[in-house]
Design a protein around this ligand. Structure first.
Ligand code: HEM
Length: 411
């Protein structure tokens, strides 16, 4: 009988990255981090699970996506015929400096902290309108009735996209994101391509409309950046509009869901949060540490031989920072599995670090603060009907969030 011996770290990686995904992955992340904080699995990928190793993956300039046509996405032999890969290939997360630096600076001009803060009153009104029917019913399912609606409404409002295509945008973005992983099969890519084509047609139409009739929105600011010295080419403009939708919806929805679940349960932190917005934002940061919506970062390629926390990584190898493991590393955070809103320590890695630090971090935090803050203020006696609430198990291992959040509002 041919019985191959599988090491424990290898079987943990398999359990974490192949369906059915574990309901509670954190003990497995901890075991892997203790056994091998930087581990090369049989699929060839290195997994960096300690805080130091994950931070090194984010910061090491020898690790990246490759430049221009040499990049991981653009050098895929299917690139020329794939709408999904062409869209991804011109997005920030899949670019290296100097193109990345140029594009990121342009986006920063449009996506300013002021532009984000201007969303606050829109957010408050939208959230209150979603809470009204909940209050009438006295109970609800907060993923379906609340979290699902907020991030897509916010990003469409910022971009200036009409509100009637929210469901389509979410579906297209979801299909596009399926093409992110280098192991994507031909069938998955064909599925992603279909979504990408619809996405591009729709967003392309919005861009054309802004060219002829500028508005006071993010899309117009990007169109203007495109026309100034050709700083942003047409492909990049389209991909940038798509990245905001693709990178800003699902993960933020899950962050909002986890924020609600934790603070409904953590009554003392909720009470402090009701009185003090700073206490609320500290509590939500702790939720972000404990429950990263994106558990594993986009893979990097070693562009040259390099060393990560004592492991020698040859040029061409692929590495993933595992934020879900690093955020609970006892070498970085005392009692790492405990919810402690007064915690002092290094920043959590849920929004990455370094060159690719999440552009939407301020927006994601604002959305969570407004949704959770308004909910707690209005329903101080809410309780979870199903505790712990179920997690989605059908989505990719990189994303984690609640499938449903049944609550009794205690009115
Ligand atoms: C809680 C919600 C969010 C989480 C957990 C999250 C997480 C991340 C992570 C981990 C990265 C780095 C990816 C990598 O390099 O491997 C990233 C990058 C990015 N995020 Fe977010 N994100 C969130 C919300 C948003 C929002 C609301 C937007 C925009 C509307 C956004 C836009 C971006 C963009 C454009 C990048 C690429 C940055 C670059 O490559 O320079 N994200 N995000």
């Amino acid at each position: 009988m041919n019985r191959s011996v599988t090491s424990r770290p290898e079987s943990i990686v398999r359990a974490l990255t192949r369906p059915p995904f574990p309901v509670d992955p954190y003990p497995l992340y901890a075991e892997l981090r203790e056994a091998a904080p930087i581990f090369q699995a049989e699929d060839g990928f290195w997994y960096a699970t300690s805080y130091a190793a994950a931070e090194a993956v984010f910061r090491d300039p020898a690790l990246g996506q490759g430049r221009g046509r040499e990049s991981r996405i653009r050098s895929d032999p299917r690139y020329a015929d794939s709408a999904a890969l062409q869209t991804l290939g011109h997005m920030l997360p899949f670019m290296d400096p100097p193109d990345h630096t140029r594009l990121r600076q342009l986006i920063a001009r449009a996506f300013t902290p002021r532009a984000v803060e201007r969303m606050r009153s829109f957010l408050e009104q939208r959230v209150d309108a979603l809470l009204d029917p909940l209050a009438e019913r006295g109970r609800g399912e907060l993923m379906r009735d609340l979290a699902d609606h907020v991030p897509v409404a916010v990003i469409c409002e910022m971009l200036g996209a009409p509100g009637d295509r929210h469901a389509d945008l979410v579906a297209w973005a979801d299909r596009l994101v399926a093409a992110v992983h280098s192991t994507v099969s031909d069938a998955e890519l064909a599925w992603a391509d279909e979504g990408a084509r619809s996405f591009r047609d729709y967003v392309g139409g919005l861009i054309e409309a802004r060219r002829s009739e500028p508005q006071d929105d993010l899309l117009t600011a990007l169109v203007q950046a495109e026309s100034e010295d050709d700083a942003l080419d047409a492909q990049e403009l389209l991909s940038t509009a798509c990245v905001f939708i693709g990178a800003g919806i699902e993960n933020t929805k899950h962050y909002i869901g986890s924020g609600l679940a934790w603070l409904i349960r953590e009554r003392e932190a909720a009470e402090r949060g009701r009185r003090d917005p700073k206490a609320l934002s500290r509590a939500l940061e702790e939720v972000l540490r404990l429950e990263p919506p994106v558990q594993i970062a986009i893979p990097r390629i070693a562009l040259a031989d390099t060393e990560v926390e004592g492991a020698w990584i040859p040029k061409g190898d692929r590495l993933c920072a595992v934020m879900a493991a690093a955020n609970r590393d006892p070498a970085a955070f005392a009692n790492p599995d405990v919810f402690d809103p007064d915690r002092v320590g290094p920043p959590n890695l849920s929004l990455a670090m370094g060159t690719h630090f999440c552009t939407g971090a301020g927006l994601a935090r604002l959305e969570a603060q407004v949704v959770v803050g308004r909910f707690l203020a209005r329903f101080p006696n809410a309780r979870l009907v199903v505790d712990p609430p179920p997690f989605r198990d059908e989505i990719r291992p990189t994303l984690r969030g609640h499938a449903a959040l049944e609550v009794d509002l205690g009115l």
